[in-house]
Design a protein around this ligand. Structure first.
Ligand code: CIR
Length: 263
């Protein structure tokens, strides 16, 4: 059983009208809600096409970035953990997840601080949990997550998100038990030594955030060379439109929590 990419469930949250106020590093345009909703529906259909159950939460207007649900929690086979987002406008998102995760996990833990950590900075592979420190995730947040997960049997490794990159997983994705899709700038740090690496085509680095979900690699649409590289490597590639999420620095991993309940 490949626990790092075999899942029976996912949780998503619909984009809100307030998405136009979502955080972004650079303003490249206002996201169009109808287009975002259409892409979001395609994304959910892709998850469901693998046989998974998708729990679709309603939009929460109080939290413009809350459709990027991955940042609010971490789901592992042994338990789930409410994060402590480092963006002040997102801090309250973790508490929203408690009522949804409690019925699905016998072990529901919480990062209480003072550190911060967001799910986008966490890559769970078959053998370890890699956490990139970033503007949103600090060493204290990593240490608290370590203190929760090591007793559950996980190995945690602290690494660094490249400068000016939002999240660790902005630049990498798990493709299978031993293979990572990563930008060259991140791989240069040596953090993936020992893994097999696949690089996006030159100029297509923005598609490094993809997800392996059961038999699919779900990746953003519009990166044909990398899609072909992945197909040639034997992956079942499923592109989904991401133009509106990308205006808010969001990608494929951010839009879901992927897990198999351990209740
Ligand atoms: C933010 O800046 O927090 C959101 N606009 C985007 C979050 C993307 N999440 C992710 O990569 N896990």
């Amino acid at each position: 059983m490949t626990k790092s990419f075999s899942f029976t469930h996912a949780i998503t949250r619909k984009p809100s009208v307030s998405i136009i106020d979502g955080l972004r590093a650079v303003d490249i345009g206002i996201p169009d809600l109808a287009t975002f909703q259409s892409h979001h529906a395609d994304y959910i259909a892709a998850l469901k096409s693998t046989g998974a159950t998708v729990i679709e939460l309603d939009a929460d207007e109080a939290f413009p970035d809350s459709c990027f649900i991955e940042d609010a929690a971490l789901c592992l086979p042994r338990g789930a953990i409410l994060m402590r987002p480092g963006a002040p406008s997102r801090l309250g998102e973790a508490a929203l997840m408690r009522e949804h995760l409690a019925p699905l996990s016998d072990n529901l833990a919480e990062i209480t601080g003072p550190g911060f950590i967001e799910g986008g900075d966490i890559l769970t592979t078959e053998t370890e949990i890699l956490i990139g420190t970033s503007a949103r995730t600090d060493p204290a947040g990593v240490a608290e997550l370590r203190s929760i997960t090591e007793p559950w049997g996980y190995t945690v490794r602290e690494v660094q998100t490249p400068p000016d990159v939002l999240h660790f997983k902005t630049d990498c994705s798990l493709l299978d038990a031993t293979t990572i899709l990563t930008t060259k700038r991140l791989a240069r740090s040596g953090c993936f030594d020992g893994y097999d690496l696949i690089y996006p085509a030159d100029g297509e680095e923005a598609c490094a955030n993809a997800i392996r979900f059961n038999d699919l690699v779900i990746m953003p649409d519009g990166f044909p060379k990398t899609a072909q590289i992945l197909r040639d490597a034997g992956y079942n590639v499923h592109p989904v439109g991401n133009s509106e999420a990308a205006k808010l620095d969001g990608g494929m991993s951010c839009l879901s929590l992927r897990f198999s309940p351990n209740t």
